[in-house]
Design a protein around this ligand. Structure first.
Ligand SMILES: Cc1cc2nc3c(=O)[nH]c(=O)nc-3n(C[C@H](O)[C@H](O)[C@H](O)COP(=O)(O)OP(=O)(O)OC[C@H]3O[C@@H](n4cnc5c(N)ncnc54)[C@H](O)[C@@H]3O)c2cc1C
Length: 493
């Protein structure tokens, strides 16, 4: 059987990790009120893949070791295999409505992409290639949940990593011996690191000459000695109840600064060391980035379906759906949601290609979807707020108000809708606010605007991957269809 939720939670509980929150070290994060429901949400994903009716949809048998693991680890060789793989990603996303950005299938996709490009690593260093190939099999066969931190902490953006006042602000090499390397310093943010088994640490930002000690790529368990997980505020912990905050109470995937306090990494887990170019190439000259961000676009597609559903329900609950201007807004929202379906399908067909025998989705379709998503998401949230008006605010303070008969009576008198009963109106608008207005919702806007990089970076990827030759050929064809001679003839001269 593949990994189930119990096995995942047991593995997490077996090894202590150094999670810090509100001035304390959290001894058992998996049962702490700041994190426990999200641990359960991840366990639920693993349980889902083990249900007999989902086994084929969600998992596959590895060709070399015969283990059944999640399809995100698979390396598709045809369009059909790519789509089978996507259906598994989509089915998991449906369980969390797209709110777990770094669910285990995200970095499993990166790892599969890296392993598909292992020829690049062989050219770089056969020992590092061997480490990568072995680690991929190790992680895949255990269906590990890997998070990643591939961005350096913000500090003085006008300076390179090695020019910062503290040489060890950003994670860098400290030492190396026959067993491995020792690293020290911080990485900016690791979403879901609190809940993951391991973390992939690297640098996707271009590094400058002098930054060689920062050019690293390795994986380490979250329980590694010296690895501090500095959690942001927990929205799960501040969620009042499941009824009041149905999303933040369950799907707060957490983000944490990671500080590596002289962490030892054995050579078997080191993929790149001291090579700035290779750090970049591992993402962009293997299918790593394409598979990683394809997973992200599939997730975004599922999230937009969910938000379009909220938009429609708002207008039904408030009886505004028949107003032409409101229907027009819904048409705009549904078109944007549909555009993401088209991008996913487009990535699988247009420009999808075979590289080293693997079927790789089209990077330009993926990058274009992300550029549009960055602008679309905050606008969509504003549109939803606009449709909702004060409905998301004229709500009882908490589920307890229904338990007081006197107060419940006033709620039933004041919460009216042509479509649903008062309790269901409150239930719906509490959920809608958690999606569009709560602190959790606000973090999601920041996430969708930045998870893959700032605007100028994503637009750069779109610029570099677009088929400009086809575009400019079209312009040239038109311009070539007339010249000075032809114009003289037309003018009769
Ligand atoms: C919720 C959330 C979760 C995240 N999770 C992860 C994770 O799991 N793993 C991970 O590795 N990272 C994660 N990140 C970090 C993310 O990758 C970075 O936020 C992203 O790459 C942008 O980098 P930055 O935040 O340093 O922004 P910056 O690069 O500082 O950009 C911020 C702004 O500064 C301006 N700017 C800066 N430089 C330029 C320039 N050269 N040209 C033009 N304008 C410029 C722009 O206005 C830009 O929007 C997460 C971020 C968020 C918000």
């Amino acid at each position: 059987m593949p990994r189930n939720g119990e096995a995942y939670l047991n593995d997490i509980k077996a090894e202590a990790r150094d999670v810090r929150l509100l001035g304390k070290r959290i001894p058992e994060p998996a049962s702490h009120p700041a994190f426990r429901n999200t641990f359960e949400a991840y366990a639920g994903l693993y349980d889902f893949q083990c249900a007999p009716e989902n086994l084929e949809l969600m998992t596959y048998e590895t060709p070399d070791t015969g283990k059944r693991v999640n399809r995100a680890w698979s390396m598709p060789r045809s369009y059909e295999e790519l789509v089978e793989r996507r259906r598994a990603i989509e089915a998991w996303c449906e369980l969390h409505h797209g709110y777990l950005g770094r669910s285990p299938d995200h970095v499993a996709s990166s790892m599969a992409g890296l392993a598909m490009g292992s020829a690049l690593f062989r050219d770089y260093d056969p020992a590092r290639a061997g480490a990568l190939e072995d680690y991929y099999r190790y992680a895949r066969d255990r269906d590990l949940f890997i998070a990643y931190t591939i961005i350096n902490p913000q500090a003085d953006k006008s300076k390179q990593a090695h020019e910062q006042q503290d040489q060890f602000l950003a994670l860098r090499l400290l030492d190396q011996d026959s067993d491995g390397i020792v690293v020290k310093g911080a990485k900016m943010l690791g979403t879901s690191c609190v809940m993951a088994d391991e973390v992939w640490v690297s640098c996707i930002q271009p590094l400058a000459p002098g930054d060689e000690p920062y050019a690293l790529s390795f994986c380490t368990p979250m329980s590694a000695e010296g690895l501090r997980i500095l959690s942001r505020k927990s929205y799960e912990q501040s969620a009042h109840s499941r009824f009041d905050n149905p999303l933040s109470s369950r799907f707060d995937e957490n983000d944490a600064v990671l500080y590596f306090d002289e962490v030892k990494v054995p050579w078997e887990r080191v993929f790149v060391l001291g090579d700035r170019a290779m750090c970049q190439k591992q993402f962009f000259e293997t299918p790593c980035y394409a598979f990683e961000e394809y997973q992200a676009v599939v997730r975004f597609m599922v999230k937009l379906r969910f938000l379009a559903g909220i938009a429609r329900r708002i207008t039904e609950v408030n009886g505004t759906i028949k107003i032409p201007a409101v229907a027009e807004t819904l048409g705009q929202i549904s078109s944007e949601a549909a555009s993401m379906e088209a991008f996913v399908n487009g990535a699988e067909v247009l420009g999808a290609h075979t590289a080293d025998g693997y079927f790789v989705p089209d990077l330009n379709m993926i990058c274009s979807a992300q550029v549009i998503a960055q602008q679309l998401y905050p606008r969509l949230i504003t549109q939803l707020r606009n449709l909702a008006g004060g409905g998301v605010i004229m709500l009882p303070s908490g589920i307890e108000d229904f338990l007081n008969d006197e107060q419940a009576e006033w709620i039933f008198k004041t919460q009216k809708s042509p479509a649903v009963a008062p309790f269901d109106r409150v239930k719906f608008f509490k959920m809608a606010w958690d999606a569009i207005g709560s602190e959790f919702a606000s973090r999601h806007t920041q996430y969708e605007m930045f998870y893959a990089g700032p605007t100028f970076v994503l637009r750069g990827h779109a610029f570099h991957t677009y088929d400009w030759a086809r575009s400019t050929a079209s312009v040239d064809r038109l311009l070539d269809s007339y010249d000075l001679e032809s114009e003289k003839r037309r003018a009769g001269r």
